[in-house]
Ligand binder design. Structure first.
Ligand code: ADP
Ligand code: MG
Length: 147
């Protein structure tokens, strides 16, 4: 199923993340793709909040994985922007998390598409965010593919 959502502020994108977190189940994998500055981290912050995580969530430049365990489900937040070799995913324990009890949320998932391709589609949700300069600075089109 594919949904298209248009947002016109960071808050709207945050709320979409927050809403999606409410129905998240253990083992879900959410991929986030889109250029630098489209709002992947904004979405992630909302998602974390929706799981009941109050800790501040961001994307540290040199950390591939951040784990938050205080919410309804553990959140494994990957940001693979600086990945050199997909092998690095195994070094941080990819198998353990992708087949774990929490939810994986992966910024820049297109950089590890072979690994993503191995995940059963029934637990994969793909969130793609794009800008459209003609529709304004804060406009984003967000496509969600699931199942
Ligand atoms: P990414 O993680 O994709 O690199 P960030 O989430 O860190 O991007 O940053 C997105 C930036 O775009 C933020 O500064 C945010 O305030 C701004 N922004 C403007 N409009 C929107 C929108 N509709 N949705 C999300 N972010 C937006
Ligand atoms: Mg980011």
């Amino acid at each position: 199923m594919r949904r298209e959502i248009e947002t016109n502020s960071p808050d709207d994108t945050y709320r979409l993340g927050l809403e999606m977190a409410k129905t998240a189940r253990p083992g879900d994998v959410i991929t986030l793709t889109g250029d630098l500055g489209v709002g992947k981290t904004v979405f992630t912050k909302g998602f974390a909040k929706g799981l009941g995580i109050d800790e501040d969530v961001n994307s540290p430049t040199f950390t591939i994985l951040q784990i938050y365990e205080e919410g309804r489900l553990p959140l494994y937040h990957f940001d693979v922007y600086r990945i050199g070799d997909p092998e690095e995913m195994f070094e941080v324990g990819w198998d353990e998390y992708v087949y774990g009890k929490g939810v994986c949320l992966i910024e820049w998932a297109d950089l590890i598409e072979d690994l993503i391709g191995e995940i059963p589609s029934d637990r994969l949700k793909k969130v793609m965010i794009v800008k459209d300069p003609e529709k304004g600075f804060d406009y984003r089109k967000i496509t969600v593919d699931e199942g």
